[in-house]
Every structure is written in C-alpha cells, then in structure tokens.
Design a protein around this ligand. Structure first.
Ligand code: 6PG
Length: 245
C-alpha cells in the first residue's frame, strides 16, 4: 500500500515520523520483539534525529528496544564528514540513551567496497537469522530521494538495481566517481514500513515527475521499489509545490 502525506513544514513532517517510531517501537516491545530501523543519510533525516531527541519525544521512545541499522553508506571512515554513521552519531546516537550494541553501522572504511558490503550482510544475517522470505524484514526503512530519483544508494543506471540475491551490495556510481554500499531492492521491498522523506523546493521537479509523469517515473530507482508492506511518502509543502500542476 502506498500513501502520500503533505505537511505544512519540515518540523510537522519529522514530528509525524517521530510519532510513528514511538508508537511502532512500543507496539513491537509489547509483542516481545525488537524494533529494527534502517536509517538514511541526507538533510531531512538529520532534522528527524533532532526531533527524536527533543524533550517532547525522547521519553516516549523505548530506546532500549530499537536496533539501528543503515540503508546505505559512503565508502569513507566512520569519522569522515560524508559518513552517514557520523551524522547519525552526532545527531542521534550521542544524544539519546542508546547502547552501542544496538547500533549496527556499515563499515564504509573497509576496502574494497564489495567486502564492506559482504561484512554488513554478515552483520544482518547474524541479527535476522534465517528470515521467512529469504530476506530480512525491517520494521522501518527510512529513505530520501535525490533529484535523479535515487533512494538509498540505488542510483540510475547502476548494476545494483538488478541485484536479486544479495542483501547488501557495493555499487560504483559513475556520476559521483565513487563506490557506495546499499541495501538492495529485495530487502527494501520486504520492509514492514518504508517512509520516504522529501523536503525542500529543490525536490519539487522530481516530485512532480514521480507523481504526474508515470512514464518517466517508472524508470526511476525509487519507483522500482515494490513494497510488500506500507510505503509512505512524506512531503513538505515546498517539495509538493508542483504536484497539482
Ligand atoms: C545518502 C542517502 C541518499 C539521500 C538522498 C536525499 O547517503 O545520501 O542515503 O539516498 O537520502 O540523496 O538526500 P537529501 O535529503 O540530503 O536531499
């Protein structure tokens, strides 16, 4: 099921995501299981993290019941400015009562990137054991999108888009002249919930294409996700500005 919500501000959007995380993580705890999140890089997740650790939210979240993973990573050490882990550490892990054992980062410093991807798949396999459908089921995968329609590190015209077996893969992104490490479609598709966070007027053209131009949209990586659970599009007013055109 796919749903779209448009929020009057980034703050309203991130508060709504924080409410979902608080509610779903609590309900997982009541069912006696851990709640698993794959975090994203990017500008909106940074604001989401700041929302989660604010006084109004911090006590509503059962931190000890959440396992934090990552949807993708750059091929850099954990303390590099470009590292998604570093951003999450600065904005979330260091500010909330989260124990180290609950944080599972992608080892972006391991070379070659294909080994980093394998190592992370081993981490996921240790946690998710032998999942029913052959792929792990995250409770929540957070995604952002780029102006080229990429999500996580699934960029247009890269070989990772055709991956059907691996849980995690390394992929060379020509236009960035770099390797990235990312969860693959089969894992993203399997999630109980996916939330795509899209904010700012820089995203209004791609959002217009995604929702108004089905022929072009279906070629974009984010639209090739086939969610088995819920896929929620959370947009702010600026990103959604051209939707009605
Ligand atoms: C990353 C991401 C990437 C990101 C989008 C949107 O590591 O960069 O995982 O997929 O979410 O590029 O980023 P912004 O929110 O910064 O526009």
């Amino acid at each position: 099921m796919e749903r779209r919500r448009i929020f009057p501000s980034v703050a309203a959007l991130t508060s709504a995501v924080a409410d979902i995380i608080a509610r779903d993580a609590k309900s997982a705890a009541e069912q006696g299981r851990r709640y698993t999140i794959a975090l994203s890089g990017g500008s909106t997740p940074r604001i989401l993290h700041e929302t989660l650790v604010r006084a109004e939210s911090i006590n509503l979240i059962p931190w000890d019941n959440i396992e934090f993973f990552f949807g993708d990573e750059r091929t850099v050490p954990a303390d590099d400015e470009q590292s998604n882990y570093r951003m999450a550490h600065e904005t979330l892990f260091s500010r909330a009562p989260i124990s180290k054992e609950r944080i599972h980062r992608i080892p972006g410093e391991v070379s070659p990137a294909t080994k980093a991807a394998k190592d992370y798949e081993t981490v996921l396999r240790a946690h998710f054991k032998s999942p029913a459908h052959g792929f792990p089921q995250f409770d929540l995968i957070l995604l952002g999108i780029g102006t080229d329609g990429h999500a996580a590190s699934l960029f247009p015209a890269t070989d990772i888009l055709d991956e059907t077996k691996k849980w995690v893969a390394a992929t060379y992104v020509d236009k960035l002249s770099t390797w990235r490490i990312s969860l693959t479609y089969p894992v993203i598709n399997q999630a109980r919930k996916i939330i795509v966070l899209v904010t700012g007027d820089g995203k209004s053209d791609i959002v217009h294409t995604l929702f108004n131009d089905p022929a072009s949209a279906k070629l974009l990586p984010v639209m090739r996700i086939v969610p088995k659970g819920e896929m929620l599009w959370f947009l702010d007013n600026s990103a959604a500005a051209r939707i009605q055109e």
